[in-house]
Write a protein of this length. Structure first.
Length: 156
């Protein structure tokens, strides 16, 4: 199926098995979040910078979200999407592939919205709803992932 992210194969490395393009997106995005989280860790560890710029005091929750949702979860989601068996016969792969794509975009939009709204809550008290929306968008992404991967989990 040409529109399926599973059918559009990604890169190969020295003749290795090609990865689905969605797996490549998950893994490369996870690596970017890892680098961003480690940069934040360095900033957090240097207390002088935080003291000079109070707006950076909200980096800790963003750092944790980038590390857990950005790096770990997306790494796991990408590998799961690659390694889990194909959908059983009789299920429409377009529905599940669209859900998998929605999961990727919702997780990342929610995470970036959180990174923007988290510092704003310390500066602008009325920005709390944006933080709540970011959480709901991330939750929707997780639900889409579960929906897309659930039928691929089956026993012998």
């Amino acid at each position: 199926m040409p529109d399926s992210p599973d059918a559009n194969m990604g890169w190969t490395f020295f003749g290795a098995i090609a990865l689905p393009i969605l797996t490549c997106w998950y893994l490369k995005t996870a690596l970017l979040y890892l680098v961003a989280a480690l940069i934040m860790a360095v900033i957090i560890a240097s207390g002088d910078v935080l003291a000079a710029m109070p707006c950076l005091s909200s980096l800790t929750p963003i750092y944790i979200h980038f590390l857990v949702l950005g790096w770990l979860s997306q790494l796991i989601f990408g590998v799961a999407y690659w390694m889990f068996p194909k959908l059983p016969a009789g299920l429409n792969p377009v529905v599940y592939d669209r859900s998998a794509l929605a999961s990727f975009f919702l997780l990342n939009v929610g995470l970036l919205l959180r990174a923007i709204s988290e510092p704003l809550t310390t500066q602008v008290p009325m920005s709390g709803p944006a933080l709540a929306v970011s959480g709901f968008v991330q939750l929707a992404g997780a639900v889409c992932f579960v929906f897309s991967i659930w039928p691929r989990i089956r026993g012998k």
